[in-house]
Design a protein around this ligand. Structure first.
Ligand SMILES: C[S@@+](CC[C@H](N)C(=O)[O-])C[C@H]1O[C@@H](n2cnc3c(N)ncnc32)[C@H](O)[C@@H]1O
Length: 265
């Protein structure tokens, strides 16, 4: 595995995960099809009133969150690298008779596929770890936004990605030292699933995120860290309140997510 080949490696990984995720309790397709909004409260609050707003949703996976935004009246364009994910997102859009648009491409190529500028760019939970260069990412976000448009970002905290899978020891750098090339069995949505995938990722410190956004004309208006996760997607977790998860033996000692809103100047 070569880090330079990360697009092909990660595309195959995500394509293999899609059918497993569609069948998982984690993504609970039945509730979604019956009208459940999949967006966490933190995200909904930061997005604000999205009725009739245009939203570019980066790394949208197979579209549950994008279509939840569409159900709330937004005009949504979802982007993802995985053709299997985009195929499913388009199918769900038809099935639910919504009006979202989906594009299959690398985040860095988004601008080649869109003509309009957006009121909001949104991306969340497990996104930038797949991207080597945050300056390029922030440039895409900035150029896709209308003046005064807002970028809404909710992500797992980089401190989490320093640990081994069971949160027993520090295994990786906090800062972006080098690509991480690994093999993983199961997926966060079904840890018992009989799939083994290769992936290539990067750890991005908070300062790297802040610098990339600010260098690309995105002024921070909100930033918050949380000592829990909205999702039960890690090992060794405990649900200490309904819908809120921590690593059992680490309790509330580490940050697990952060949220950020920036305005395009
Ligand atoms: C963890 S998921 C996003 C989480 C999403 N909030 C969800 O759970 O539905 C990460 C997504 O990023 C996509 N992805 C990875 N690398 C990408 C790239 N270079 N360009 C666009 N999408 C990418 C994957 O295909 C996957 O669907």
């Amino acid at each position: 595995m070569e880090a330079t080949n990360y697009i092909a490696v990660n595309k195959e990984t995500w394509n293999n995960k899609v059918p497993v995720h569609i069948d998982s309790n984690f993504y609970d397709m039945e509730s979604f099809l019956n009208g459940k909004n999949t967006l966490p409260d933190i995200d909904l609050e930061l997005l604000g009133d999205i009725k009739n707003k245009s939203i570019l949703h980066l790394q949208c996976h197979f579209g549950q969150d994008s279509l939840s935004l569409a159900r709330l009246g937004a005009k949504v364009t979802g982007v993802d690298l995985s053709d299997k994910a985009i195929e499913k997102a388009k199918e769900l859009n038809e099935q639910l008779q919504l009006n979202a648009t989906f594009i299959c491409c690398d985040v860095y190529e988004t601008l080649e596929h869109i003509k309009e500028k957006f009121d909001i760019v949104y991306t969340s939970y497990g996104t930038i770890g797949w991207l080597p260069d945050l300056e390029k990412w922030a440039k895409v976000i900035s150029e896709a936004l209308k003046p005064n448009g807002k970028f809404v970002f909710v992500e797992f905290h980089p401190v989490l990605w320093m640990f081994d899978d069971d949160f027993k020891e520090i295994k990786y750098h906090y800062h972006n030292e080098k690509p991480i090339l690994e093999e993983y069995t199961g997926t966060y949505a079904n840890k018992e699933a009989a799939i083994t995938t290769n992936y290539i990722g990067w750890n991005h410190s908070l300062s790297e995120v802040f610098k990339a956004l600010s260098n690309n004309g995105l002024q921070m208006e909100h930033f918050q860290e949380y000592n829990y996760s909205n999702y039960n997607c890690f090992n060794e977790t405990i649900e200490f309140k309904s819908g809120k998860f921590r690593i059992k033996h680490l309790e509330n000692k580490i940050p697990m997510m952060y949220s950020l809103v920036s305005k395009k100047l």
